[in-house]
Design a protein around this ligand. Structure first.
Ligand SMILES: *Cc1c(COP(=O)(O)O)cnc(C)c1O
Length: 442
């Protein structure tokens, strides 16, 4: 984009100027519609989510055996929801504002196998691919006990095939570990910002790690190219995959069940607000889709991004989606928030979900570190920086009375609100790395 193009863009979309100046920005989405009207634009249905859920149930006996840490949940990969009341008090004190309602944390940070939200979508897509191959070759039917996949016979079968993916780290961990366990040859194409410990962990699982000096977009492109030259190689396309999206979406019905067990009501008088850190968009998009199906118009979803990588906000706000990258307007896409360092949003998620999301906001890296320190201090829960992007969400909405009016959330109603902060990663960060993160908190 030329300076003149950028000037023109700012004239039409004034918040672009705030983004360029790296100011923390909140945008409440005027394109939001009731679920009924927005749903057809997603192109996926409740039935697709149920299929995904059933597929994960078929694989549960396999996961139980292959990853014994999943045995306590009978092979279902799911995380806890915990109340963080001390954090709520600390946030109120720090920001001199009240948070009406309850503050909860969804600990995808502590999901088994790969310690991040990617243990949903990434693992699901690998399982889907494995199932397809095994069924196609007459080795498996949907009625079989899938624990038989944990065998030399199947490992040998899958070793004829390869899987490739581009990643900033966490998707690579999920897909790499899962693929290698099944027996696939797997290559993870890693962007420059990927952490050394993630690469080491993958290599220790027998994964081929390919390193790039460029960002996520380049790693994905190179991974795609490498896969094209090999007909037995399956490329997992984080930028466009509906399978990944569906793997994430199963979270909706799971949260609904967890809330029922916790006696947490969600209805017109008990709204649910969910704050989801966003990179390319598949994770938060899929989870938000599942939540909308589970709770309808009573759930309000927000995407949170670093000030240096506001790709989804930029794409949806300008309507340009994947036709614009943050670099086009001079933003560097350099952030400490692993998984969120994405310059160009998914071409699919923004278009699919833009009518179902209440808003988007950005947060600075220093702010994420500060919240990381505060959560550790108040609740003894340790997360990676990206996972804190959601934590400021309740304050952003409390600060905007016109938004609350628009959704009919009176102070009476907000007293019954539930704020669910989606903690997307951090469970596997080595102690030394965590110490570094904590030392950066102010
Ligand atoms: C990948 C990731 C996200 C966001 O998911 P996208 O699908 O890239 O939008 C958020 N937090 C962490 C820790 C991640 O690894």
């Amino acid at each position: 984009m030329t300076p003149k193009d950028i000037e023109h863009l700012i004239q039409q979309h004034p918040l672009v100027d705030n983004l360029i100046k790296l100011q923390e920005t909140t945008w409440f989405n005027p394109k939001i519609t009731p679920l009924k009207e927005g749903l057809p634009f997603v192109g996926l249905t409740t039935k697709d989510v149920q299929d995904a859920s059933q597929r994960l149930a078929r694989f549960a006996p396999y996961l139980c055996k292959a990853f014994p840490e999943t045995a306590i949940s009978k092979g279902i990969i799911e995380s806890e929801i915990v109340a963080i009341p001390k954090m709520k008090v600390a946030l109120e004190a720090r920001y001199h504002a009240k948070i009406a309602g309850n503050l909860l944390l969804k600990k995808d940070s502590h999901l088994p196998i790969s310690g991040s939200i990617k243990a949903r979508g990434g693992i699901y897509e690998v399982l889907t691919h494995a199932e397809k191959l095994a069924i196609k070759h007459g080795l498996l039917t949907e009625k079989d006990d899938y624990s038989q996949l944990f065998s030399d016979k199947f490992k040998q079968f899958f070793s004829q095939y390869s899987i490739a993916v581009g990643s900033t780290g966490n998707l690579g961990l999920s897909i790499g570990i899962m693929s290698a366990k099944l027996g696939f040859n797997v290559s993870v194409h890693m962007s420059a910002d990927a952490r050394e410990w993630k690469k080491q962990k993958l290599r220790s699982h027998g994964v081929n790690v390919v390193e790039y000096e460029q960002d996520y977009g380049v790693a994905v492109e190179q991974g795609r190219k490498a896969a094209q030259s090999d007909p037995n190689c399956f490329f997992i396309d984080d930028e466009n995959s509906q399978t990944l999206f569906l793997g994430y979406s199963v979270a909706g019905e799971r949260v609904k069940k967890q809330f029922e067990e916790m006696n947490i009501k969600v209805d017109k008088d008990h709204p649910l607000f969910v704050y989801l850190p966003c990179g390319v968009g598949g994770g938060p998009g899929g989870v938000a889709f599942g939540l909308k199906l589970a709770f309808g118009d009573n759930v309000h979803c927000f995407f949170a991004e670093p000030t240096h990588s506001p790709c989804m906000l930029l794409g949806v706000y300008t309507g340009l989606h994947d036709k614009i990258a943050v670099q086009d307007i001079g933003i560097d896409n350099i952030t400490a928030a692993d998984g969120l360092a994405v310059g160009r949003p998914s071409g699919f998620v923004g278009r699919a979900m833009e009518r179902l999301l209440d808003g988007f906001y950005t947060i600075s890296d220093q702010h994420m570190y500060d919240l990381l320190g505060l959560l550790n201090q108040q609740e003894q829960i340790q997360l990676e920086p990206s996972a804190l992007a959601g934590m400021i969400g309740p304050l952003r909405i409390e600060g905007d009375k016109s938004y609350l009016n628009q959704i009919h959330a009176s102070p009476e109603v907000m007293k019954n609100a539930t704020h669910l902060v989606w903690a997307t990663g951090g469970g596997m960060v080595p102690e030394q790395e965590m110490k570094k993160y904590l030392s950066l908190a102010k």
